[in-house]
Ligand binder design. Structure first.
Ligand code: ITT
Length: 202
């Protein structure tokens, strides 16, 4: 049996594949199956993860795992949040992460120029079975601060400007394994695995 990884974001796909590898499940991505990108009309991470997982499961006929995630800046009341990917897009829908990071930094600075801006990454994972009408979801987060200029070329998205609490390096500078040890995605994954197999949570 196969599990569809219902994402079109290569950075996420790489991280989810890493996190799933120990389970030995055969995975196939939304791009490999040519699945369409659903419109993310939800108002929460969980809403959007659920709709992406359900659509991918229904269209493919396989169970599907989706991830909706984003950067939440405390001084901005949690923005960009579910709009994190949209902050990177130009009028043609092309994504430029430098543009998104610059906007996040400028808006945070305009609100509170003195303190390093407090922020967290949030992740909702949703698992859906074909034609089931519902999905199970799991949420994770990691707290940190923003730094400027961005540092490091690993990871993706806002990683080069995010320094997790208790560390000096940005997610963009860390080894993937280090990020997986503390990320919002790994946190949500632990909850998903514990729900699927309660013996793993000990
Ligand atoms: P899919 O919907 O196809 O999965 P997407 O990139 O559109 O891909 P989201 O709507 O969930 O996904 O947007 C999440 C954005 O939040 C993502 O594009 C990044 O900019 C940011 N983000 C999420 N997790 C991140 C991480 O681990 N590191 C850096 N940025 C992250």
């Amino acid at each position: 049996d196969k599990l569809v990884i219902a994402t079109h974001n290569p950075g996420k796909l790489r991280e989810i594949s890493d996190l799933l590898r120990p389970l030995g499940i055969t995975c196939v991505s939304a791009d490999e199956l040519d699945l369409p990108e659903p419109e993310e009309i939800g108002v929460t991470f969980v809403d959007n993860a659920d709709l992406k997982a359900r659509q991918a499961a229904d269209l493919s006929g396989f169970p599907a795992l989706a991830d909706d995630s984003g950067l939440c800046i405390e001084a901005l009341g949690g923005r960009p949040g579910i709009f994190s990917a949209r902050w990177a897009e130009d009028a043609h829908g092309n994504r430029d992460w430098m543009r998104a990071m610059q906007r996040a930094w400028d808006e945070a600075q305009a609100t509170d120029p003195d303190a390093p801006p407090a922020a967290h990454f949030a992740c909702a994972l949703a698992l859906a079975w074909p034609n089931d009408g519902q999905a199970e979801s799991f949420e994770g987060r990691v707290d940190g601060t923003l730094t400027w200029p961005p540092r490091g070329d690993r990871g993706f998205g806002y990683d080069p400007m995010f320094v997790p609490v208790g560390h000096d390096q940005t997610f963009g500078e860390m080894d993937p394994e280090q990020k997986h040890a503390m990320s919002h995605r790994a946190d949500a994954f632990r909850k998903l695995l514990a729900a699927l197999d309660p013996s793993r949570s000990s």
